[in-house]
Every structure is written in C-alpha cells, then in structure tokens.
Design a protein around this ligand. Structure first.
Ligand code: HEM
Length: 293
C-alpha cells in the first residue's frame, strides 16, 4: 500500500463528488416522475426532461464505479506486484464488491429509464443511494452498523429529494419545453413540500449520523479534529442552502407567480445549487477523513 499523493487524492475526491451528484440527480429524476410530473405539461424535449438526466446520471455511475476501483488499485498496489496481481487482490476486498454492484445496478437502472420502466428505475435509484454507506464509515460503526447504513442511505436519498429535484427543476424552467402560462409557478409550488421533506431527512439523518461518529464528551477538544471542522463547514453551507430555499419560498415564488418570468427565481436557485454542490464536495472530502470516534 502506498500513501496517496495529492493528485490521486484529488482524483479520488472528484470521483466521489461526481458519484454523489449523479446519485442525487437520479433520485431527483425518480422524485420528478412520482411527485412532480402531474404539474407538468405532457410535451417532451431532448434535454429538458428529467428522464434523460436520470439516464445520464445512471450511465455515468458505471464508469465512476470503475474509477473508484482504479483509484483504490493505484493506492493499494505494491510496487513488487504486477497490475494484474494487484487487481485480483483488490477485487476481493468488500468495498470493491460494493462498487461492482454499483456498476451493475446503475447499468440496469439506465436501461430501465431507456425503456421507461419507472418502478424498476426508482428501485435502482434507491438501492444506489446505499452504496456510499456500504463502502464508507457507516460499515465501521459497532454496535449499530445496520442502523448507521440505513441512516446514511436515507441521508443520500434526502439529499437527492432536495438538491437533485431542485437541479432538475431549474433545468426544466430554463431549458425544457416551453411551459404554458402559469404552469412554471405551479411546478415550483409542488416542489416546496418535497424540498422541505428532503431537507428534514438530510438534517435529521446527518445529525444522528454525526452522533454515531463522535462522542460529545470530547467537548471543545473535538474542534481540533479535521473531520469535525469539515463537518462544521458543511453544516454552515447547508444552512446557506436552507436560507436561500426559505427566501425562494417566501419572496421569489410569489414574484414568479405575479410575473410568470422565471429569471429572478432561477438566479436564487443557481446560488442554492452552487452551495448544494459545495455540500457534496465537502461530503466527498469528509468520507475519507477519520472521525474522532
Ligand atoms: C445539502 C445538504 C447535505 C448534503 C447534500 C449531504 C450529502 C452527503 C453525502 C452525499 C454524504 C456521503 C454519504 C456516505 O458516504 O455514506 C454525506 C455524509 C455525511 N453527512 Fe451529509 N449532506 C448534507 C447535510 C448534512 C448535515 C446538515 C449534516 C450534519 C449536521 C451531515 C452530516 C453528515 C455525516 C456525519 C456524514 C458521514 C460522514 C462520514 O462517513 O465520515 N450532512 N452527506
């Protein structure tokens, strides 16, 4: 095993970030199908549709699984071994098996979306949300490993429900088929309770997950731990997303309803999405650091 250099760490972080983002978009696409579509006119367009974004996200998760395997292989390989020997050993690790399942489930989910079999695609999106937990810190929680995995999976699903659906909504308002007068604000109104539910799940599972990983008896000394600092930064960023969401609900949505012009609400949504992306990036950094517990 070699110490990962800065370049390999950066590649690993980017692969995890893209993986989390793709999972969120996929959950967002499933959310759209079951909870948003009723408010949308039936027309179709090549890239404005959540189904296509879901397909793209699912398809991307296949090479991303291979990329995670590749990063681990480079980290793990002993210079005395050939690449083939090292790959054969890495393939037997439990985490590598989890990524193999990621590739298989993501491939099947992408095909289900091509065939418009939404029930199957939704099951695929839900199953994929548990992949980070099954290959991360949750597996090291003892006792209570199953609870930790369930919480982490729900955390990723909540993030998709909130941030993934928001991303699809902003694309839909800007690039989708032209919306009949008044139906854009209808979509935004329909999204509000979903965002609230997603944010509630993310915060609840995030807080309980945090308590599983650290012992608060450590007091202020915990602030010296890098995992805790990154988690605090992430929590501050999430606070920013929640605040913007609140402003969208109280101010930008009524303005949009009055004018039927999405420019103002899209501006706030983009900042929300940028901060949501930052939360995914900080999560990608967090999951390879050592929690104090
Ligand atoms: C926009 C909001 C948020 C997003 C998009 C988000 C996203 C994520 C993602 C994708 C993971 C990786 C899951 C895994 O590896 O199993 C994660 C892990 C985690 N998140 Fe969040 N999260 C958010 C908010 C929060 C909040 C508010 C808290 C706590 C107060 C929190 C605490 C955690 C913890 C403790 C972990 C596990 C870290 C580890 O395994 O080392 N998250 N988050």
């Amino acid at each position: 095993m070699i110490e990962p250099g800065p370049l390999l760490s950066l590649i690993g972080t980017l692969v995890r970030f893209t993986t989390f983002t793709a999972m969120a978009v996929l959950v967002g696409a499933a959310t759209w199908r079951w909870a948003m579509r009723g408010a949308e006119p039936a027309s179709d367009s090549p890239w404005g549709t959540p189904r296509r974004w879901g397909m793209l996200a699912a398809a991307l998760l296949v090479p991303l699984a291979a990329a995670r395997f590749g990063v681990l292989l480079v980290e793990f390989r002993d210079p005395m071994e050939t690449w083939g020997e090292a790959a054969a050993i890495v393939a037997t690790l439990p985490t590598a098996r989890v990524w193999m399942w990621q590739a298989v489930i993501a491939g099947v989910t992408a095909l289900a979306l091509v065939a418009r079999v939404w029930s199957f695609a939704t099951l695929g999106a839900l199953a994929l949300s548990f992949i980070p937990a099954l290959s991360g810190h949750a597996m090291a929680v003892s006792p209570g490993r199953n609870w930790a995995v369930a919480l982490d999976g729900a955390h990723v699903i909540g993030a998709g429900l909130w941030i993934g659906t928001l991303a699809l909504l902003s694309v839909r308002l800007r690039h989708g088929p032209v919306l009949p007068a008044g139906s854009g604000p209808g979509l935004v109104r329909r999204f509000s309770p979903l965002a609230l539910a997603g944010a509630g799940v993310v915060v609840a599972t995030g807080v309980i997950g945090t308590l599983l990983h650290l012992d608060l008896a450590g007091g202020v000394a915990l602030l010296g731990n890098d995992w805790v600092r990154v988690l605090l930064a992430k929590t501050a960023v999430v606070g920013g997303v929640a605040l913007l969401g609140f402003l969208n609900w109280r101010r930008a949505t009524p303005d949009y309803e009055a004018s039927d012009e999405p420019t103002g609400i899209l501006r706030t949504m983009r900042i929300e999405l940028a901060l949501g992306g930052l939360a995914f990036l900080l999560a990608a950094v967090l999951v390879v650091m050592s929690p104090p517990g």
